[in-house]
Structures are given as C-alpha cells and as structure tokens.
Design a protein around this ligand. Structure first.
Ligand SMILES: C[S@@+](CC[C@H](N)C(=O)[O-])C[C@H]1O[C@@H](n2cnc3c(N)ncnc32)[C@H](O)[C@@H]1O
Length: 259
C-alpha cells in the first residue's frame, strides 16, 4: 500500500468511492469533478456504431477516462474480465466483440452499479455477460482463465495498485493481454492532494506517478507494449483542474502482455 493511501482512513476512502459511483449509477446527470456519458465516450474515441450496440442507460453512467479497444484487439470466442465495470459500457462493448462463443465478466464493489449493469445485461439479451460483486484487488475469477483484462478509470482508485496488477496477472493465461485506461501523474502528488478523499474518489488523488506505474506493471510480470496519452480527457471542477495542471495529471491507455 502506498504511504499516501495509508495516511487516509481506508474505510472512509472506500465509502467515498462507493458513494460517488453510486451517484454516477443512479443520477448520472449530476455534476461531478469529471465528465460522464456518451459525449465523453465519443470524444475519447469510441466509434459511434459500437456505442449504438450498448444499452444507452449504461453509457449515461459511463465514467471512463480513455479508449483502449483498438489495443485490446478482442477476438470472437475470447474471455474478458472488466475490473471496475461500473454500469457496464466497456463490458457490453466487449461482449459484442467476443460474440456468443465468448464470455465477459465484470467485477465491481458498488451495489448500485452492479444492479444497473446486471439489469441492463438481462434486458438487452447479453447472455454472454455476467456481473459479479468483488474487489479488483481479489476478483472472484479463476487463475489463468482470462484472455484479456480490461479496466477504465479504476486502478487509480485502489489504495494498493501492486495488488491490482498482481490480480490481473493471476487471472490471465500466459500471453494474455491487459488493456486499460487510467489516470497517472508526471510528478508525485503532494499530501494535500493524496490525502483529499474527494479528489481521490474523483480519480486524481490516487493516481500513480507514471514511472512508478510502469515499474508496477513490470513487477507483476507484464511486458508493456503500448503507452498512449489521451489528451482528449479533462477534469471539470476548478480544484481538479488546478491539481491537473500543476502535477501533470493525464489519462493514458496502455497495452501490456503477461509473460
Ligand atoms: C471511474 S468508475 C469507472 C466505471 C467504468 N469502468 C466506466 O468506464 O464507466 C470506477 C468504478 O470502479 C469501482 N471500484 C472502485 N474501486 C474498486 C475496488 N477496489 N474494487 C471493485 N470496484 C471498484 C467503482 O464502484 C466504480 O464503479
């Protein structure tokens, strides 16, 4: 666990994260520190035709930070795990790409997100998609059973990033891919930002310094193949914006392969 995370009360932090993403699931029109919804997804690079095949209510609560499906290169029949699946936009998009012979499992810890994604899966006839309650540090998924792990805007929220990369390595088969988008920083964030639970829950306070992130990926047994900055992503509130400009907070999409 990082020092900054240790300095924050873990239970309070988890509650703040849960409350924020419960609100994103239930009232996506609310104002957050970050953008949500279809206009954001389209600006990040999601093809409109792919979004058209995802339930609109899932996209309303989309709170991702980047596009990575061009890196993931999902194939028909593959098994995909979405860590922190939220209301399900990426999981449903993945489900359409892997088709009836494939399988998608989404894992999330927030009850309102799980209820929404599960309801939309049933209503939309996504028979190959399932949402499970769990933590991204210990997803309820068998070792070596997954072809591709995806995740969008979630690793930064976990106090122990090493545990999350290790969990992704555990569930992937050898040669499996990790294709994610997340927030990183150029400079290590100061305590004023890392100890601010609201900024943590908004995907800023817990962002890893980019070199430390690359080291954590390698330490978990991955070869990093692609690291791409998503300059289209921006935060909305003044407080978030200040931290972003000062410490080089950016969104990246990356592809790593499990050795
Ligand atoms: C920024 S939202 C992104 C949701 C989704 N990936 C998307 O793109 O819309 C973060 C999600 O991760 C979940 N989450 C955060 N920390 C988690 C953890 N440690 N274990 C499981 N889920 C977590 C939250 O409940 C929330 O649904």
């Amino acid at each position: 666990m990082t020092t900054q995370a240790a300095q924050l009360d873990q239970r309070e932090l988890e509650e703040r994260v849960r409350r924020m993403y419960e609100e994103v699931a239930l009232t996506p029109d609310h104002e957050f520190h970050f953008e949500t919804g279809r206009p954001l997804a389209e600006r990040l690079g999601y093809p409109a035709a792919d979004l058209d095949r995802v339930p609109a209510a899932a996209i309303d609560s989309y709170a991702g930070v980047g596009y990575f499906f061009d890196l993931a290169q999902l194939q028909a029949g593959e098994t995909v795990l979405d860590l922190g699946s939220g209301s399900g936009t990426d999981a449903f998009l993945a489900a359409n790409l892997v088709g009836a012979a494939g399988r998608v499992v989404g894992v999330d810890m927030t009850a309102a997100q799980l209820a929404k994604s599960s309801r939309l899966a049933a209503g939309g006839g996504f028979a190959n998609t399932e949402f499970r309650e769990g933590r991204i540090e210990a997803p309820p998924v068998e070792d070596g059973s997954v072809d591709c792990v995806i995740s969008n805007g979630v690793f930064n929220l976990a106090p122990d990033k090493g545990a999350v990369f290790a969990a992704a390595a555990r569930v992937l088969r050898p040669g499996g891919r990790l294709a994610i988008a997340d927030i990183v920083t150029e400079h290590q964030l100061p305590e004023g930002v890392t100890c601010d639970a609201a900024l943590w829950a908004a995907c800023i306070g817990g962002a890893m310094q980019r070199d430390a992130c690359r080291r954590a990926i390698a330490a978990a047994g991955f070869r990093l193949d692609v690291w791409r900055t998503n300059s289209q992503y921006r935060f909305l509130s003044e407080r978030a914006d200040n931290a972003t400009a000062k410490y080089g907070v950016t969104s990246v999409s990356l592809l790593a392969v499990r050795s």
